[in-house]
Design a protein around this ligand. Structure first.
Ligand SMILES: NS(=O)(=O)c1ccc(O)c(NC(=O)NCCCCO)c1
Ligand SMILES: [Zn+2]
Length: 258
């Protein structure tokens, strides 16, 4: 099965040939090569009606799922429809190793948060949307180490409950707006899921402003608590470096909001 260790990203193409496709993610973003598009409006988010349900360890990341019965989570910018929040999850590094998936002029960040939304106007289910070229919109937010993040502890405090692959626990009443930086300025480009099945179905919206989390929150929270492996697996593999490296841009344009 695919992973970040043995079956690492460089071998994914064997079972998922689209790994060598023309709109793969992540990418390295070069700000001064991004085209500033005047008719690219602001991104508008509204997570106040979203209902978080649970938090789980799927063996690749820690995922917070939402009841995707709300339409109005994100709209505007490059999006022709409003998209519905389905889940968010993280990618991170390990001891002193950066772990973001997108990079900016070759610079990686400690971690990257992905808020995954789907086009419920055009498609009936998330599954259907996840294979359509305009099916998903993923809001990417960089995490850099600095001050304590006042709300991230709500997530890191429960990670001990989802230490092992396949574990899941209730996680209600979490509003992800507390994870957004102050500015919603962004870069946007057409890409893919960054994990198998690597569907080329994502409109990526990467926020320029990182959020700050403390070293302790990263160490105690992500790196220390989570494992790739199941509870009865005697090989305890720490969940870390669960990021795919940047992929070829293949002539794609990256646009920049003002
Ligand atoms: N990193 S991403 O581009 O934001 C992304 C957004 C939505 C996704 O559905 C996936 N990938 C995924 O769900 N793969 C199924 C196997 C995992 C559980 O076994 C990746
Ligand atoms: Zn992701």
């Amino acid at each position: 099965h695919w992973g970040y260790g043995k079956e690492d990203p460089s071998s994914w193409y064997k079972n998922y040939p689209v790994a060598e496709g023309n709109r793969q993610s992540p990418i390295d973003i070069v700000p001064n090569e991004a085209s500033h598009d005047r008719d690219l409006g602001p991104i508008m988010t509204n997570y106040d009606h979203c209902t978080s349900i649970n938090i789980s360890n799927n063996g690749h990341s820690v995922v917070v799922e939402f009841n995707d019965s709300d339409d109005r989570s994100i709209k505007g910018g490059p999006l022709d429809n409003p998209y519905r929040l389905k889940q968010f999850h993280f990618h991170w590094g390990g001891k002193g190793h950066e772990g973001s998936e997108h990079t900016v002029s070759g610079k990686g960040f400690a971690s990257e948060l992905h808020l995954v939304h789907w086009n419920a106007v055009k498609y009936k289910t998330y599954g259907e949307a996840s294979t359509a070229p305009d099916g998903l919109a993923v809001l990417g937010i960089f995490l850099e180490t600095g001050d304590d993040h006042r709300w991230l502890h709500m997530i890191t405090d429960v990670l001990y409950m989802v230490k092992y692959k396949g574990s899941i626990t209730d996680f209600k009443g979490f509003n992800p707006k507390c994870l957004l930086p102050s500015s919603l300025h962004y870069w946007t480009y057409l890409g893919s899921l960054t994990t198998p099945p690597l569907h080329e179905s994502v409109i990526w919206i990467i926020l320029k402003e990182p959020i700050e989390v403390s070293e302790k929150q990263m160490q105690l929270g992500m790196f220390r608590m989570l494992l790739f492996t199941e509870e009865d697996d005697d090989q305890k593999m720490r969940m870390e470096n669960n990021f795919r490296p940047p992929q070829p841009i293949k002539g794609r344009r990256v646009r920049s909001s003002n």
